[in-house]
Write a protein that binds this ligand. Structure first.
Ligand code: HEC
Length: 167
């Protein structure tokens, strides 16, 4: 492994090839080494899948189980994830991501916060439905209407207990 890395580094630096290495075997390795730089740039789709979707699901489950301390935590995680995404991808299809996110999600996020403070399940369900509508409104207006979000009907995190823990 070390030998391959050294040979790759030499090939990238334009050093003469080691005996027995052919151009055909060094080129793919050189390409891999170049793309393995730590500058991974996630797309909006990546960030939605890794930072937004699981939190939307977990927030829904927290409300379902009336686990208010956890719902409060997860709401803050989701809110911060939106803010970080807007900083990471400031413009999408010429649209200002932060502006769009705030315009669509601010009101439902505040409504969820109120519902959690009041520990009110009905209020939570209504606010959660509004948030889910906001997800879809954004997908529709940014030409991704095929991405349809709904309230989760099953937990996909088999290692996490969403019921309130004894304090
Ligand atoms: C500011 C607009 C905006 C908001 C708000 C938004 N999304 Fe997205 N989302 C997008 C865009 C645009 C894409 C497509 C990105 C791409 O693939 O380039 C996307 C893609 C996704 C995907 C990827 C689909 C897939 O199957 O790979 C998921 C999942 C997703 N969003 C979930 C959500 C959820 C859940 C919410 C609400 C809690 C939400 N999004 C709110 C703009 C938004």
């Amino acid at each position: 492994m070390i030998k391959i890395l050294i040979l790759t580094a030499m090939a990238v630096a334009g050093a003469p090839m080691a005996v027995g290495q052919t151009a055909a075997t060094t080129t793919p390795a050189a390409t891999t080494a170049a793309s393995a730089q730590p500058d991974y740039h996630p797309s909006l789709g990546d960030l939605m899948t890794m930072a937004v979707q699981p939190r939307h699901i977990k927030l829904g489950l927290a409300g379902k189980y009336k686990n208010w301390p956890y719902a409060s935590y997860e709401l803050s995680e989701l809110r911060n994830a939106f803010a970080r995404i807007a900083r990471t991808i400031p413009t999408y299809q010429t649209v200002d991501t932060a502006e769009m996110m705030i315009a669509l999600t601010k009101v439902p996020l505040v409504a969820l916060e109120d519902a959690i403070t009041n520990q009110n399940t009905a209020q939570f369900a209504a606010a959660y439905a509004r948030l889910t509508q906001a997800c879809n409104a954004c997908h529709q207006s940014l030409k991704h209407a095929a991405v349809v979000i709904k309230a989760p009907d099953a937990a996909m995190f088999p290692d996490q207990d969403f019921r309130p823990s004894p304090q």
